[in-house]
Design a protein around this ligand. Structure first.
Ligand SMILES: [Zn+2]
Length: 268
């Protein structure tokens, strides 16, 4: 399942193909993904120039000179293909540029989404209204204020997109490990000193994954490049029973119906 680093890597890969280009043609090959595609996609995108690519939480943003932003979410299995040599049945949305390049959104499970939002209204777009700050923007003091008085486990609060946007299971496990914080600790009980370790830990695990993804981008010069998925190694995630660097053993507990991996020796 794509997390923030995969989305960021995808956006950077798309940027190389799309930035500054005019949309020569689009093709929506089915009327919906998780929800219906905008019916006026072709009318609003064809002929526009792509001026901006970005990301908010786990959404990718493709902005045009007509004041529209195409907002995509990769769902469970979505990815963009660059210059595919042929179009397959899971390629649901295609963009051709004036340079003769092509990108195709492929999503076998169709949990992803495509929306067209006026760029100046993005902040008020319903899925964005309640989102918390980006991990790269939030300060330890702001995170502390958002966790204040909360008795739920820190693991679950960091997954709450209203508190901090864009974090998923993998990077929350890894960040808590690096910060030495037990995943069951009450969110409101974390000291300012530990928050000053946690926020950089969140940034570091994400930035390292984005850098790892970025290093794979050179491969997309070849035909059929697939953006956004790359192998990563983790300290605790999916390592139940395996050794921690401290000599202890990685444990797994279930919180909110999902697995949490942590080291009982390193995390208090
Ligand atoms: Zn350990």
């Amino acid at each position: 399942m794509p997390e923030l680093p995969e989305v960021e890597t995808t956006v950077r890969g798309l940027e190389r193909v799309l930035i500054g280009r005019r949309v020569a043609r689009i093709e929506a090959r089915r009327p919906d993904l998780r929800r219906a595609l905008p019916v006026d996609l072709g009318q609003r995108l064809t002929g526009s120039r792509i001026t901006e690519l970005g990301r908010r939480a786990k959404y990718g943003l493709i902005g045009t000179d007509r004041g529209d932003t195409l907002v995509f979410h990769l769902g469970m299995s979505g990815h963009w293909r660059v210059d595919p040599s042929e179009i397959g049945r899971h390629d649901h949305f295609i963009v051709d540029t004036d340079e003769g390049r092509r990108v195709a959104l492929n999503d076998a499970r169709r949990f992803g989404s495509l929306d067209l939002v006026r760029t100046d209204q993005l902040a008020e777009w319903p899925p964005f209204v309640a989102l918390g700050p980006e991990p790269f923007d939030i300060t330890p003091e702001e995170l502390g204020a958002r966790l204040g008085g909360r008795s739920a486990p820190i693991k679950l609060l960091l997954l709450d997109q209203r508190i901090i946007a864009g974090l998923g299971n993998i990077y929350v496990c890894e960040a808590l490990y690096r910060a030495g914080i037990h995943p069951n600790r009450k969110g409101g009980s974390i000291s300012p000193e530990r928050l000053r370790r946690l926020v950089p830990a969140i940034r570091d695990v994400l930035a390292e994954a984005i850098a790892a993804g970025g290093s794979t981008l050179r491969d997309f010069a070849s035909p059929d490049g697939e953006l956004g998925y790359f192998s990563k190694s983790f300290a605790v995630y999916d390592r139940e029973g395996k050794p921690c660097a401290c000599g202890g053993t990685v444990s797994r507990i279930v919180q909110g119906g999902r697995s949490t991996f942590y080291c009982p020796r390193c995390q208090r």
